[in-house]
Design a protein around this ligand. Sequence first.
Ligand SMILES: *Cc1c(COP(=O)(O)O)cnc(C)c1O
Length: 381
Amino acid sequence: MKVRPYKTWVEVSKSALLHNALVLKSAAGRKTLLMSVIKSNAYGHGISETVRALAKGPTDWFGVDSLREAELIREAGTHKPVLVLGYTPFSDALRAVRQGFSLTVYNRENVAEISEVATAKRPAKIHLKLETGTSRQGLLAKDLPSFLIFLKKHKNVILEGVSTHYANIEDTTDSAYALGQLERFLTMLSTVKRAGFNPSVVHTACSAATLLFPETHFSMVRAGIAQYGLWPSKETRVSAKQKGKTAALIPALSWKTVIAQVKSLPAGAHVSYGLTERLARESKVAVVPVGYWDGFDRKLSSVGHVLVRGKRAKVLGRVCMNMFVIDVTDIAGVRVEDEVVLIGTQGKDAISAEDLASAVGTINYEIVTRINPLIPRVLVP
Ligand SMILES: *Cc1c(COP(=O)(O)O)cnc(C)c1O
């Protein structure tokens, strides 16, 4: 019997990650820096594995949500610059500045706090995030002139970058709202420059903007989902096709597990919690030792599928915390320790993150980022 490496594990293809990075770098252009966004455990792919795979590729910067993720990048052994995209609380400021991470800022309060912990020898590098219409993190246009005067008084805080983020650039084939945001960004950027600042890294583009809108690229693009070989949305894929951009992305992640038990049950047997599923025929069922705690969504109860011996097997009844049951009546020869594919390819069939997302009413981003970080990630060629 073939021994599998773990009860459940995630395989991450190094060549797929590097391929996607090159696709994004070529979309961005030679003069534009590429930031690989690796927040949320590298969209479920594993921060340290992903950083190790990408470090020798075209990635110029890494982007994270938090200080802890930034530290994990250093622990993975790369010295490439890191920008914290999310909020850095006062409690993290000292550690973040000491380690030389660049920080996203949009508040006077945070400038003052960062200035307290910065020194002339170890100045703090900030990227000012501008509010252009996403109404999330960002400084409003009306507050910009006085903010810039305030910033000038804090000599140890260097304005390294200026950024914004689009609200719906991946949700629609209509780019009007995003282009309005771009226009507001340009106006605010010129205010920053007229005040005497010369930020070296100007950035607005996520994956969808990187692939579709060169006018959003500026000096750096921030690519997340496409880096992992997943499209930001159906609309992005359609628009890319319409624009004649046939960038081929290769999904890098497969999620696997093994069969824990196989047994025959009579017609009429109830399966799993809540008695929500009752067998209509005499059936062969198998136990899969993964559940919603692992990131296999409970909404996949009675509707999800997995691959066993190259065939689709349906989830029977409720997905539990650490296991669920599948119907293998029509799949010959299923045995304990057979490989089960939850996401990925097996034989001629495949289950994508998008398949799971549409089954539970969410987006591929949520499917991959919620695969439990404690599950081992294995880099494969
Ligand atoms: C997560 C994130 C990105 C990456 O977005 P994708 O759609 O995954 O490419 C870019 N910029 C910011 C500010 C982010 O938070």
